[in-house]
Ligand binder design. Structure first.
Ligand code: PBG
Ligand code: ZN
Length: 326
């Protein structure tokens, strides 16, 4: 008995495979993260993220041009301020590092979409994503006072020219609070990309080297989600949509493909996946050892995020991937 059905028929040559391919990655799917630091003509490679740099604003502008020329539509900016304090002043100050970087990029490359990460962790002296109160040692973030600070951050970012506000601190009600803040300040047309399902993940380790944002004490488990939960992700997502989120994010991506898939099924807004620093670091380490074929592993991984349901992918591989898929 020979089989009637022979799926292999459609795999017999590359042209045929291209014809029947369901998911195709393009540069339009990608968002490139950049880390802005004070100074000029400054570039320092992040030890745990080969190929990723802390950059002064002039260099961020050069990168922005290159990214746009590669066909990548957007960057997301993180900032490392010269000074940190309990009120995260540099996060909401008009002269904050991300505000200045945003202004410079929008001036040089007006058509590039500039997303601003809206959180406090890079700007607080203790490294937590929210306000703890003066002299706190418990690391317990106060939810509602944090919302007030986040509104101020978002408004300052919008004023600097940010095209999209991306709150990442996992505070209850943060999308609603920021929406209200933006609307009242006249920024009704600025979309919010919510880090809706963000897990308390060990995969953020290298990012915290890059952003110098490791909590000085305590951890983020009272606000970021428990890796064992998936129904809770749906709850978070539905709340964020109700509060006015225009786009949703799942983070990390690789260990959370099931979440990407479920979020896509229950929502009708674009879904982003954040291919985080630790995921990047693992691929880079293996590639630099010659243990895997970097180009093939990266393109397979990014295509898989899209297959799982991601409409866009934040990834440190964005520039390489855009070059490879040309
Ligand atoms: C913090 C923030 C984190 C990342 C982006 N914004 C994680 C964290 O420190 O908890 C992680 C990105 C990455 O690992 O690439 N709000
Ligand atoms: Zn944070």
């Amino acid at each position: 008995m020979f089989p009637t059905h022979r799926p292999r028929r459609l795999r017999s040559n590359d042209t045929l495979r291209r014809m029947v391919r369901e998911t195709v990655l393009t540069p339009n799917d990608l968002i490139y993260p950049l880390f802005a630091v004070p100074g000029e003509r400054f570039a320092k490679e992040v030890v745990s993220m080969p190929g990723v740099y802390q950059l002064s604003i002039d260099k961020i502008v050069d990168e922005a041009k290159e990214v746009y020329d590669l066909g990548i539509p957007a960057i997301i900016l993180f900032g490392i301020p010269a000074e940190k304090d309990v009120d995260a002043t540099q996060a909401w100050h008009d002269c904050g590092i991300v505000q200045k970087a945003t202004e410079a990029v929008k001036k040089a490359v007006p058509n590039l979409i500039v997303i601003n990460d809206t959180c406090l962790c890079e700007y607080t002296s203790h490294g937590h994503c929210g306000y703890l109160g003066q002299g706190d040692l418990t690391g317990r973030v106060l939810n509602d006072p944090t919302l007030e600070l986040l509104k101020k951050v978002a408004i300052a970012q919008a004023r600097a020219g940010a095209d999209i506000i991306a709150p990442s601190g996992m505070m209850d009600g943060f999308v609603g609070a920021i929406r209200e803040g933006l609307d009242n300040a006249g920024f009704q047309d600025i979309p919010i990309m919510s880090y809706a399902a963000k897990y308390a993940s060990a995969y953020y380790g290298p990012f915290r080297d890059a952003a110098e944002s490791t909590p000085q004490y305590g951890d983020r488990r009272t606000y970021q989600m428990d890796p064992g939960n998936s129904r809770e992700a749906i709850k978070e997502v539905l709340l964020d949509i109700e509060e006015g989120a225009d786009m949703l994010m799942v983070k990390p991506a690789l260990s959370y493909m099931d979440i990407i898939h479920r979020v896509k099924e229950v929502s009708d807004v674009p879904v982003a996946a954040y291919n985080v620093s630790g995921e990047y670091a693992m691929v880079k380490a293996a590639a630099l050892n010659g243990w895997v074929d970097e180009e093939r592993v990266v393109l397979e991984t990014l295509t898989s995020f899209k297959r799982a349901g991601a409409d866009m992918i934040l990834t440190y591989h964005a520039k390489d991937a855009a070059r490879w898929i040309g």
